[in-house]
Design a protein around this ligand. Structure first.
Ligand SMILES: [Fe+2]
Length: 384
């Protein structure tokens, strides 16, 4: 056999012959205070999760699976419901003896909420792992991944890495690298980017992630204290039209929520790409007026592979009375690019970064973390 194909052969042999779990990852598609969606890959058609309630009662939850036929892999998903908030659970898959743990989100901010936001992760696996290890040391409950996770589509791939295998490599690296101090798995919420999904290339993405329907824009509500608006900057759904109409209503419905944070891939206020590129202009025309109207405290933007923070902006201009800060700019595991001065940029640098968000009852802190775990910038936000 040609030596170049040996790693691929070994990977395929492992997937085809073993009943072992070849990937395991967690996310939330329902209320993070009382649910958890567990996904794993195997060639075994059982979808059983065993876990224990805080009162000691043992529970079995049965999910479902679908086949990734070209890889001879089954992708399983089981959602646990009726969980206690702010509680560590341990679980096992099928008859495996290995136990894994996760924690549900707190019911309120009497327990501060700490999580990570970052995008453009796996262009350099080496940078991804270094940043991931340093972020995991900060003990986040979960992460929001702002698009361009595995870089599975839309870039030249060598013969060794099909889109599916690029996802498998990313998921394996996530599982190995992004583990909390106490060994908990760190769930991640997916926001789509241009290297994850396209209107004509979407089946694999929806096979891998348990979205209840083929709709990527959504609000994830943590009790009544935080709503994350997770949006799609045109990679599957257009920015304008139905998504914007939905966003208007979603923000109106959540106007009383103390913290409203938006996360999406392409930046309204870019630090590398041109200010007048079509997608950025579309976001500024359609979404930013809604952020102003409903007092969204922060929008997390990506795609530029730089570090940036804007001034408070309102109605498309610098305004100290403005509420929204735009953080970015998508550089977890990609090589940082040079930034360019713009009237809206308060901070900018050619540096890898992701954000640590810490929400409390009286205030929130947003800390930009660099590749070695160093603090690049700190901001405070007030709840409504
Ligand atoms: Fe991108």
């Amino acid at each position: 056999m040609d030596a170049r194909f040996l790693p691929l052969f070994l990977l395929l042999s492992f997937a085809l012959s073993s009943e072992n779990i070849t990937a395991l990852y967690l996310s939330w598609y329902k209320d993070p205070t009382t649910t958890m969606t567990i996904q794993w890959h195997s060639d075994c058609d059982e979808d059983v999760i065993h876990y224990q309630r805080p009162d000691g009662q043992k529970v079995t939850s049965i999910g479902s699976h679908q086949s990734l036929s070209e890889e001879n892999i089954l992708i399983h998903a089981t959602t646990l419901e009726g969980l206690e908030p702010n509680t560590v659970y341990s679980f096992q898959i099928n008859d495996e003896t290995t136990s894994y743990t996760f924690r549900t989100a707190p019911a309120n901010l009497n327990t501060p909420l700490r999580f990570i936001i970052g995008g453009d992760l796996y262009l350099s696996p080496k940078l991804f792992r270094k940043m991931g290890q340093n972020l995991a040391k900060l003990d986040p409950l979960f992460a929001v991944l702002g698009g361009d996770l595995a870089y599975a589509i839309g870039r030249p791939l060598n013969l060794m890495s099909s889109p599916a295998h690029q996802w498998f490599k990313f998921l394996a690296d996530w599982q190995e690298t992004c583990v909390a101090k106490d060994g908990r798995l760190i769930p991640f919420l997916v926001v789509p980017g241009n290297h994850d999904i396209a209107p004509d290339d979407y089946e694999l993405f929806f096979n891998l992630f348990a979205f209840p329907k083929k709709e990527l824009y959504r609000a994830v509500d943590f009790g009544t204290y935080l709503s994350l608006l997770l949006l799609d900057t045109g990679h599957f759904h257009p920015i304008e039209g139905r998504q914007t109409i939905w966003l208007d209503k979603a923000l109106e419905d959540r106007f009383q929520t103390p913290y409203l944070l938006a996360v999406y891939h392409i930046a309204a206020y870019p630090s590398y790409y041109a200010y007048d590129n079509t997608a950025s202009k579309n976001i500024r025309d359609n979404w930013c007026p809604l952020f102003d109207e409903f007092k969204v405290q922060a929008a997390f933007e990506h795609h530029n592979h730089t570090f940036k923070k804007t001034y408070p902006l309102k109605a498309g201009s610098k305004n100290p009375a403005g509420r929204t800060l735009y953080f970015g700019d998508g550089c977890w595991g990609s090589s940082p690019r040079k930034t360019f001065p713009q009237w809206y940029l308060d901070k900018r640098a050619r540096k890898n970064n992701a954000y640590l968000v810490e929400l409390g009852i009286k205030s929130a802190t947003i800390t930009a973390i660099g590749i070695s775990g160093e603090v690049l910038d700190t901001s405070s936000l007030n709840p409504k």
